[in-house]
Design a binder for this molecule. Structure first.
Ligand SMILES: Cc1cc2nc3c(=O)[nH]c(=O)nc-3n(C[C@H](O)[C@H](O)[C@H](O)COP(=O)(O)O)c2cc1C
Length: 134
């Protein structure tokens, strides 16, 4: 069955950087819903920005993205990439999480991802995927 993969970016709506426990809660809730819809992907959070990859059946991804777009916990949502694919990049992750504090080595990697998204979304998604193994 053909699948689709979507990548978007957004900014946290919180005036202060979102707290790690708030982001964990979003991811835990999302993973439960996504599993039922056969959606996999990853949510990265760096310096107030979200970068999320969603992959799965077209209708399910569209439906979830519509709901995500209505969520007041973030703003400035930008759809960066939407492709049809036969294979999943995030098999097994109903929503992976990549978030770091400033002094964590992962922070530099996520800054790199944030930059990569602006020049090549697919390379950015691959980089996110490689970070999931760490
Ligand atoms: C950054 C961010 C990422 C989210 N990712 C997902 C997701 O992958 N799957 C999902 O079902 N909901 C996700 N949500 C939550 C949805 O926006 C929404 O609250 C949830 O799907 C419930 O929608 P409903 O209240 O219309 O039923 C995310 C929210 C935010 C702020």
């Amino acid at each position: 069955m053909p699948l689709c993969k979507l990548l978007y970016t957004s900014q946290s709506a919180a005036t202060a950087p979102s707290r790690p426990q708030d982001i964990r809660r979003i991811v835990e809730e999302s993973a439960r819903r996504n599993e039922a819809l056969e959606i996999t992907g990853s949510l990265a959070y760096v310096d107030g920005s979200f970068i999320q990859v969603l992959e799965g059946p077209h209708a399910a991804v569209e439906d979830v993205f519509e709901r995500i777009c209505c969520d007041f916990r973030h703003k400035d949502i930008k759809l960066i990439d939407l492709v049809t694919t036969q294979t999943r990049q995030f098999e097994g992750w109903h929503m992976g999480l990549l978030a770091s504090s400033q002094d964590d080595p992962l922070h530099k990697e996520l800054e790199q991802v944030k930059y990569l998204v602006t020049v090549n979304a697919r390379t950015a998604a691959e980089h996110i995927r490689s970070l999931m193994n760490h």
